[in-house]
Design a protein. Structure first.
Length: 206
């Protein structure tokens, strides 16, 4: 009987040793989503969860490096990510800002990096837990220059992101909810390579 019990303990420990970590599980699920399109609602919340900003629009991405984000309301704005460059176009100002993307730790770029980049690489900057059907990400201790306090991800059964929440040291929380999600269907690639109007004022930022 003791031998049998000892054998069962060995089997149990063997499975624990090779169990998939929350970080690996999250990276695997995210990487399975190659193309993604949806409508979105984005809210910026204050310290008491009051809504400071509210916007709606649509978005698409195609791994590993194409991203399109179009805000319809309250003010139109379009963002593209291609060739390691983030382009933000404001039609009301007839102005576009171009920024080369080098860091995976900028809070404003977190959704972009998780959705279009190498998820496993991005997640190396975080400790990951899976609690109550939510992935909870916290910056690892030696990432002292990050503005992030924490991130919460909720996924659909197919691995597509349903909601992202993240909080910064500035006291604000951002919540992005995705609806009418379509995954791994062929996308019109032209939308990722739309050209800016000729009269656009181009501003390069660091």
């Amino acid at each position: 009987m003791k031998r049998q019990f000892f054998f069962l303990v060995l089997i149990f420990n063997f499975h624990l040793a090779f169990a998939e970590s929350p970080s690996d599980s999250l990276a695997k699920q995210l990487s399975h989503v190659v193309t993604f399109s949806s409508d979105f609602t984005q809210e910026v919340l204050g310290e008491k969860d009051e809504v400071l900003q509210h916007s709606v629009g649509s978005m698409q991405f195609n791994r590993p490096s194409l991203f399109y984000w179009h805000v319809v309301s309250p003010s139109p704005q379009t963002m593209w990510y291609r060739n390691n460059t983030l382009i933000v176009y404001d039609p009301e100002l007839a102005q576009a800002t171009l920024k080369k993307v080098y860091s995976k730790k900028d809070p404003s770029l977190l959704p972009l990096m998780l959705l279009t980049g190498d998820a496993a690489s991005v997640l190396k900057n975080f400790s990951v837990e899976f609690v109550d059907k939510k992935y909870i990400l916290k910056p690892i201790p030696d990432e002292k220059d990050t503005l992030l306090i924490g991130v919460i991800l909720m996924l659909n059964s197919d691995g597509a992101v349903r909601e992202i929440q993240y909080q910064t040291t500035l006291g604000q929380k951002t919540k992005i909810t995705f609806e009418h999600v379509i995954v791994n269907k062929k996308l019109d690639q032209a939308i990722f390579f739309e050209q800016l109007p000729k009269d656009t004022d181009i501003v390069h930022v660091e």
